[in-house]
Design a binder for this molecule. Structure first.
Ligand SMILES: [Zn+2]
Length: 142
């Protein structure tokens, strides 16, 4: 985990607190720091809202592995099947018409990730009330 990469000051403070414990914030035993409820769960993956949603998002969900995995090669077809089901659940439940799915993986030097534990971002931009178009959401990598 690399608190240096994160942008929000408050998030950085929380991550520093977790880092002091030397534990992964997305592993079950440390997940108390995450204040949003688990919305839906499959065998090895679950979906929750981001505590610090990106700017201009209507929805920003995190789809998180129950097991601590950091490397893309640790994912198998059942992982993708479960993630797919969680995304389908969210798109129906929240009537999502479009958005993006993103996954950072590997070395934090390349990803700019704050948490190395693999998690997908399901990002849905908000509609601008004046223009009726979506406001752009920026997903950073590196
Ligand atoms: Zn973990």
């Amino acid at each position: 985990m690399n608190p240096g990469f994160t942008k929000s000051g408050k998030y950085k403070d929380v991550l520093k607190t977790i880092k002091k414990t030397g534990k992964c914030p997305f592993c079950k035993e440390n997940f108390k720091y995450h204040k949003k409820p688990t919305l839906f769960k499959k065998k090895n993956w679950f979906i929750t809202k981001s505590s610090w949603p990106y700017k201009n998002t209507q929805y920003h969900f995190l789809i998180i592995s129950e097991k601590h995995k950091e490397d893309f090669t640790q994912l198998n077809t059942s992982d993708f099947s479960e993630v797919s089901k969680l995304i389908k659940w969210a798109t129906e439940k929240y009537k999502i018409k479009g958005g993006a799915l993103a996954l950072r993986f590997g070395s934090a030097i390349y990803t700019g990730s704050t948490v190395n534990h693999l998690h997908f971002h399901l990002i849905v931009p908000e509609i601008n009330k004046n223009t009726k178009k979506t406001n752009t959401v920026h997903f950073a990598v590196g």
